[in-house]
Write a protein that binds this ligand. Sequence first.
Ligand SMILES: Nc1ncnc2c1ncn2[C@@H]1O[C@H](COP(=O)(O)OP(=O)(O)O)[C@@H](O)[C@H]1O
Ligand SMILES: [Mg+2]
Length: 175
Amino acid sequence: MSLLLLMVGLPGAGKSTRAEKLATAHRALRLTPDEWMLTLFGELEVDRKRDLLEGRLIALALRALRLGTPVVLDFGLWSRDERSALRWLAAAAGATCQVVYLPVDPGVQRARIAHRQATAPHTTVPMSEADLETWRRLFQAPDLAELGGADIPGPPPGWPGWREWAADRWGLRLE
Ligand SMILES: Nc1ncnc2c1ncn2[C@@H]1O[C@H](COP(=O)(O)OP(=O)(O)O)[C@@H](O)[C@H]1O
Ligand SMILES: [Mg+2]
């Protein structure tokens, strides 16, 4: 069975740094949308482009998993629904899935973002204190059940399944 690793955490938590190490350790394909967005657009969000880019990377990840290649999705995945959908899609592709959560307290986060801005400005964009506060409010930390790989909850009311939810969220075509 192939392995899908989901990197979860706020900006500056250390996800991409850890994702590189995990990709080496597991000989996994690492998919980091920030690299693609900055290369293509010079920004991390443009209209709905990031959603659609992530959708393409998810489709690519599922193909790799079916071919037996482990994958590290370095997305951040702030919402529990996004993580549940990806866990479900991994299972449907015959893969195992592990959530890798990197908590970070505000002081350390600020220091790491400043360090990255100073040492590798081409890999990031400036982030304000107000951004960090807003993002922290939006972030849904995984609980122990989710980290332990507990049963995947059902999709939000009104959705027939996670496949349909994911298709809408990331502009995927149903396969
Ligand atoms: N465990 C760590 N200890 C100290 N610094 C770290 C650690 N992990 C990452 N960093 C540094 O913090 C900054 C942000 O890390 P990064 O992996 O880009 O975070 P993210 O991908 O979560 O936004 C980078 O400058 C990185 O070198
Ligand atoms: Mg990153």
